[in-house]
Design a protein around this ligand. Structure first.
Ligand code: LLP
Length: 431
């Protein structure tokens, strides 16, 4: 029996190394990169080439209509990802002061930063104000009053957009839908008039326009068309033009293909923006903004995990991997399903497995009744579509340390890993 202890920064690793062929499949067509062979599992692998292509396509498609994008950095806040986003000229959408600070530290222009969230603290508001960010997306009448009071203390004017709950069904998982009535997000329509009035009467608030976000992982046109029609109506009905707006923010939500990520590595951005443009009916001088998160980064990431055991149940076989809900909580939290590939054996007999993690929770399950080539202890699995809401949502439950990211830059044939900085004795050795 071969032994391997793959859990990250432990000493004296004795880990079976991935073969050249396995590496080839991990990143598809990538040349062999020696450093990667030694990487302890589990780890996040980011294909920065795919990220570049995705950002380029999204920027070109939105640029055709003069639309602005603020990447929702909650999806993934890795420095390398944010740097690529910045290089493609996108701004950022932040939901905490920490995210605002991270964006500033990485050199995002404050005029490209929007700050949303139902629970902004006074300190976070002050930080954003002092750095003169583009806009606060305000979620309640009380928040408007607090922002105004802080702006007065700072002798400043705060630019604000009102996040309105439009009552549109995103038709997605109930935990990631936000645009329905009576949700904690956004200002309810019956309160919009009052919020507009507060903006109009308050010299420390500069009303910028309206903000909407109805939910995430939306894979059909219908919810977006309904949203845009609702926006047209709200704009008209509430006489938004009378308040001197200059922008409209339609949020994020565009979904990705979790079933066939390798065949569909990015959404059809051109079709998405064309659909918005042909349905939106507000004055031409209003600048249109979006906050895509998942659609930009989901498909560039895979979580690479090693099989620890293949356990025979009474009726099932369980693959027990060394990654769990601590590294990817989407399956446990939303019942999300990600494509899983056995990188060590892509051919051969196919069997049916439940794929589970090691955490002490019965919901730590990635897949049930998954058809996979016959799998054995030591095999490497790739859990796909892990670029969004995976590494940014890790837990250290069971005292598990954070898994490391690895970034592959095909254009430089360069692999960048936090692993590079780990002192020699802690590095896993290939044997
Ligand atoms: N704007 C606002 C105001 C948001 O709340 C969100 C996401 C976005 C933009 C970006 O949405 P996207 O384009 O990524 O769909 N953890 C969940 C997703 C939570 C989304 C939260 N809000 C998941 O793993 O599916």
């Amino acid at each position: 029996m071969e032994l391997f202890l793959c859990n990250r920064k432990q000493k004296n690793f004795n880990c079976r190394i991935p073969t050249a062929a396995i590496l080839q499949i991990i990143m598809e067509h990538l040349p062999l990169i020696p450093n990667l062979e030694n990487h302890p599992t589990p780890y996040y692998m980011y294909d920065m080439g795919l990220l570049e292509k995705t950002l380029k396509q999204a920027a070109e498609a939105s640029g055709r209509y003069g639309y602005h994008m603020h990447y929702a950095m909650k999806a993934n806040h890795q420095k390398e990802i944010l740097t690529a986003v910045n290089q493609h000229g996108l701004g950022v959408d932040c939901v905490s002061g920490y995210e605002v600070q991270a964006a500033l530290d990485l050199g995002f222009d404050p005029s490209e930063i929007v700050f949303a969230g139902v629970g902004k603290t006074d300190a976070e508001i002050r930080l954003a104000l002092q750095n003169d960010i583009f806009c606060f997306n305000c979620e309640s009448v009380e928040e408007l009053q607090v922002i105004s009071a802080i702006a007065e203390m700072e002798k400043m004017t705060a630019r604000v957009a009102l996040r309105v709950n439009p009552g549109v069904d995103a038709g997605t998982h109930h935990h990631i839908t936000t645009g329905l009535t009576e949700n904690k997000f956004g200002i309810q329509l019956p309160h919009l008039q009052k919020a507009l009035q507060i903006c109009a009467e308050n010299i420390h608030l500069h009303f910028m326009g309206l903000h909407f976000h109805i939910g995430s992982q939306i894979t059909s046109n219908e919810p977006f068309i309904n949203l845009v029609h609702r926006v047209n109506w709200i704009w008209d009905h509430y006489n938004i033009n009378d308040y001197g707006p200059c922008m409209l923010n339609l949020g994020g939500g565009l979904g990705v293909d979790y079933e066939n990520p390798l065949l569909n590595p990015m959404p059809d951005f051109a079709a998405f923006f064309a659909m918005i443009s042909s349905n939106l009916n507000i004055p031409d001088h209003i600048s249109i903004h979006f906050e895509p998160g998942r659609s930009l980064v989901a498909q560039c990431g895979s979580l690479i995990t090693r099989v620890l055991y293949v356990k025979e149940g009474l009726h099932k076989q369980f693959i027990i991997a060394d990654a769990g809900m601590t590294e990817i909580m989407r399956p446990a939290l939303y019942g999300a399903r990600h494509r899983i590939d056995n990188l060590s054996r892509s051919t051969g007999q196919v069997k049916t497995y439940d794929v589970v993690g090691p955490a002490c929770e019965s919901s730590d399950v990635f897949a049930s009744d998954l058809r996979l080539s016959s799998t054995h202890r030591g095999d490497l699995l790739a859990i796909r579509s892990c670029g969004a809401y995976v590494q940014s949502m890790t837990l250290n439950y069971n005292l598990r340390p954070a898994a490391e990211p690895v970034f592959y830059y095909p254009s430089f044939n360069r692999l960048k890993s936090l692993f590079e900085g780990i002192p020699e004795p802690f590095m896993q050795k290939a044997v």
